[in-house]
Design a protein. Structure first.
Length: 367
């Protein structure tokens, strides 16, 4: 029987120079992706990814795009090897890679839209240097942290929960002076491992409403197509199967908190989780939640080869089981027209796939 597979893409923060070099050297198709990206954006991605500096590859308008390129490169090789994930997600900007892997966004459109977002977000930060981001890996529940953020905030100076990464793991974003108050609170209460992060991790709150306004016109220039695989979105923590729902989620992620702990909840039914880097942070969060699942982390070509072996062994097992069924029970073969196939448009399967709880209920309508 086929194992259910979840595919997840990392976000910003663990990019590094030389990432993907071994993959680039091994695959002509990946070299073509690098060339396509360079032509689309007039950026020398070979130089950026393999011969730049840590500072340059961390710049928002370059690092975001380099991460997308690396992840799509890895995914292209996985797809060639036969990977058909049951669910897909991406952390923050990794959601663009998830959109490509789902078949909804073309690689070129993803590069274009992420490039516009990166440039406008950087322009916003240049004009608003008073913001900061703080990582709180422990010491709070969502309720206690939200109360503290409310207590420390004033009408003009605020902090927000920007990401809920695990049961007690959060990112908080907001005005630096209030962030400093939060840091001091943690020090007084012996809450350790608090760490300041780059604002490139994202502010994910109403502070960046202007960025949504700046990015929205570019949505009309890209085409979100029907999804081939469901995507579990950052902003809602539920899976979507329609192009309109995915487009809405990607935009709302900009100025709403990331609910990654809820995203991981959506993979409870997957026996295998494949994380595509750079970095292992989101995989580590998943390992805490799911210690018994089979987990692969792909950061280099050797990691990819391990997944190739797994996919090959899994396909052999499926072929053997289907052959036995065909002989013993007269069931269909893989190439039989009566075999269950993925629908061209997953929205056709919404009634059986999506739960009533996946949708918000308007209290006024309910009355």
């Amino acid at each position: 029987m086929k194992k259910t597979i979840g595919l997840l893409f990392s976000g910003y923060g663990q990019q590094f120079v030389t990432m993907g070099k071994d993959l680039y050297d091994q695959s002509r198709d990946v070299q073509d992706l690098f060339e396509q990206a360079s032509m689309c954006l007039d950026i020398n991605f070979v130089q950026l990814c393999f011969a730049s500096s840590a500072a340059e590859i961390s710049e928002i308008d370059k690092g975001y795009l380099a991460i997308l390129l690396l992840q799509v490169s890895f995914y292209s090789e996985l797809a060639k090897a036969g990977l058909k994930p049951d669910f897909i997600a991406g952390y923050d900007i990794g959601e663009f890679s998830a959109a490509v892997a789902s078949g909804s966004l073309s690689f070129a459109d993803a590069l274009y839209l992420l490039g516009k977002y990166a440039r406008n977000f950087q322009a916003f930060l240049d004009g608003n240097p008073e913001y900061g981001v703080l990582s709180l890996p422990k010491g709070f529940t969502q309720e206690s942290l939200q109360k503290l953020c409310d207590d420390l905030s004033t009408d003009g100076r605020k902090i927000f929960i920007a990401a809920h990464n695990g049961p007690t793991s959060f990112y908080v974003a907001g005005h630096k002076d209030v962030i400093d108050q939060l840091r001091e609170y943690c020090k007084m209460h012996e809450i350790r491992k608090v760490k300041e992060l780059s604002v490139a991790y994202g502010l994910h709150s109403s502070m960046v409403d202007p960025v949504v306004t700046m990015v929205s016109p570019y949505l009309h220039k890209v085409d979100f197509k029907a999804l081939k695989f469901p995507v579990i979105t950052n902003v809602d923590g539920v899976y979507v199967t329609s192009s309109d729902a995915l487009e809405s989620a990607i935009v709302r992620r900009i100025n709403n908190p990331i609910l990654f702990d809820e995203v991981l909840d959506g993979f409870i039914g997957c026996e295998v989780l494949i994380f595509v880097g750079p970095g292992q942070q989101i995989a580590e969060w998943a390992m805490v939640k799911y210690p018994d699942k089979q987990i692969f982390v792909i950061e280099k070509y050797a990691d990819l080869e391990k997944v190739f072996k797994f996919l090959k062994a899994a396909q052999v097992k499926i072929d053997e089981e289907q052959a036995e069924c065909a002989v013993e029970f007269g069931l269909c073969h893989l190439d039989d027209d009566t075999c269950p196939q993925l629908p061209e448009d997953l929205t056709l399967a919404d009634e059986v796939n999506e739960l009533a709880s996946d949708y918000d209920i308007d209290e006024e309508d309910e009355e």
